[in-house]
Design a protein around this ligand. Structure first.
Ligand code: UGB
Length: 437
């Protein structure tokens, strides 16, 4: 009995399914068949699970656990009709105009820059992956807006090198305005992979294609004020250290600046990084404080207002979108040509970094007071300690370099800019009745 028990214990089966025989041969065969049946059964289950996962997955990305895969959908592109739209959108319509590929064109800054370029007769082609970091319907509305002015946005990811190569095959872009990125300082703790995917891998993917393009385009791209990290000397100057980022977002933007240096050095790509300081305005990003404060004040929800240690003020050098757009266009207009060709450097090329800020930081509590006045609603203020999740206490740009070399001169104060934002917000969300998501 005890022997039989030990055999039974050996057989990985549901009791009662097998009639146990005494013969060791029959017994062994049974064991063999049973193991085979088990193996087949589990193989089918395993295969089934793989297939279910595969078909539920929006792409065949081999990194299914990677949270950044959100944006790696498969996109439809190519074909004669598609190429025609690409060409027509990128066609220069003014004397001395430039032809620009704008990545992140359905984003906040991307939409405004694309529209401004198109208005002055430049050729503009947009590229955007329409990911769902925030409400994609807002991105679709921006797309519709651009479409009406003749800007086509290709749906695709900057990590798709085949798509990028195709775009450069169809159009000889003179410039790339690279604004596609994973933004937001606090979200980096929730989804770090998406920052590496867009801000590092995506940037390299784009630069790889640009370096091989013939002619190579000049590239202007969005860095961030967050590269100044924990610096305490203000205002922040381009000469200051940028080696103590407070968030992974900041670290990826800083990495971008170093990557830009490398591509400039090895391949002769002309590269200009713009350090944006908390850009706000109509068609803005719902993940930013001024935007969701507006939504929550209107809803009567309390809003968390951060405060530094010992009731220290948290402040930002809020910069209005129209000023940023002027800075972007000036950077494109002053960008020198890349010097390489066929993937080889032919001579030194331009490498620049500029602060694009407003030079007048405003405490976050003042931002809330302005919103209260504009919305005619009192906010329910929930003062809380500045969390250690990526935020820095203050930002303040020294813009003298951009002033000197780009003619950059911001002219919109926070009160005026927020007035325009609130007007847009109330119109877009139907008088505040349809709240932002
Ligand atoms: O310049 C940049 O490079 C970055 O600007 C922006 O980051 P930030 O300056 O952090 O903007 P934003 O989140 O609107 O917080 C504004 C203020 O509200 C405070 N804040 C925020 C949230 C909250 O719940 N409470 C609060 O007080 C908060 O402490 C802060 O003082 C872009 O999002 C980022 O993508 C990048 O481009």
């Amino acid at each position: 009995m005890s022997k039989q028990m030990s055999h039974l214990d050996d057989i990985p089966s549901t009791p009662g399914k097998f009639k146990m025989e005494k013969s060791p041969f029959v017994h062994n065969r049974l064991r063999w068949h049973s193991s085979l049946a088990k193996l087949t059964f589990w193989s089918f289950i395993f295969l089934g699970l793989i297939l279910i996962f595969f078909f539920r997955s929006p792409s065949s990305n081999p990194l299914p656990q990677d949270p950044s895969r959100r944006s790696l959908r498969t996109y439809n592109w190519g074909g004669p009709a598609w190429e025609k739209r690409v060409r027509s959108s990128a066609r220069v319509r003014s004397h001395n105009g430039i032809s620009v590929l704008v990545t992140g064109a359905a984003g906040f800054v991307g939409t405004h820059v694309s529209a401004a370029l198109k208005r002055r007769g430049d050729g503009v082609l947009g590229l955007d992956n329409f990911n769902d970091y925030y409400d994609p319907s807002l991105k679709r509305a921006r797309q519709a807006l651009l479409e009406r002015s003749g800007v086509f946005i290709v749906e695709g990811d900057i990590n798709d090198s085949a798509l990028l190569r195709k775009l450069f095959e169809v159009v000889a872009f003179t410039h790339v305005m690279h604004l596609a990125a994973q933004a937001g300082v606090r979200y980096a703790m929730e989804n770090p992979g998406s920052y590496v995917h867009s801000n590092i891998a995506g940037l390299v993917s784009l630069l790889e294609v640009c370096k091989s393009a013939n002619p190579q385009p000049a590239i202007v791209w969005a860095s961030s004020s967050s590269v100044y990290g924990l610096n305490t000397k203000v205002p922040f100057s381009e000469k200051d250290r940028t080696d103590q980022p407070a968030s992974l977002y900041a670290a990826t933007k800083k990495a971008g600046e170093e990557i830009a240096h490398t591509y400039n050095h090895i391949y002769g790509l002309s590269l200009t990084g713009l350090r944006f300081f908390t850009v706000y305005g109509p068609w803005g990003r719902p993940d930013m404080a001024y935007f969701f404060f507006t939504r929550d004040i209107l809803k009567g929800k309390s809003i968390p207002i951060f405060e530094a240690a010992n009731h220290g003020t948290v402040a930002r050098d809020f910069t209005y979108i129209d000023d940023i757009v002027k800075g972007c266009l000036a950077a494109l207009d002053t960008a020198e040509k890349s010097t390489g060709s066929g993937g080889k450097k032919k001579g030194p090329a331009q490498l620049r970094v500029y602060n694009l800020g407003n030079t007048s930081p405003v405490p976050v509590s003042d931002l809330v007071s302005i919103l209260e006045r504009l919305l005619k609603v009192n906010a329910k203020r929930d003062i809380m300690k500045l969390p250690r999740n990526g935020d820095v206490q203050f930002t303040h740009a020294n813009i003298s370099l951009a002033q000197r070399e780009l003619g950059y001169k911001p002219s919109t104060d926070l009160q005026t800019g927020l007035k325009k934002f609130v007007r847009w917000y109330l119109g877009y969300y139907n008088g505040g009745k349809k709240a932002a998501g």
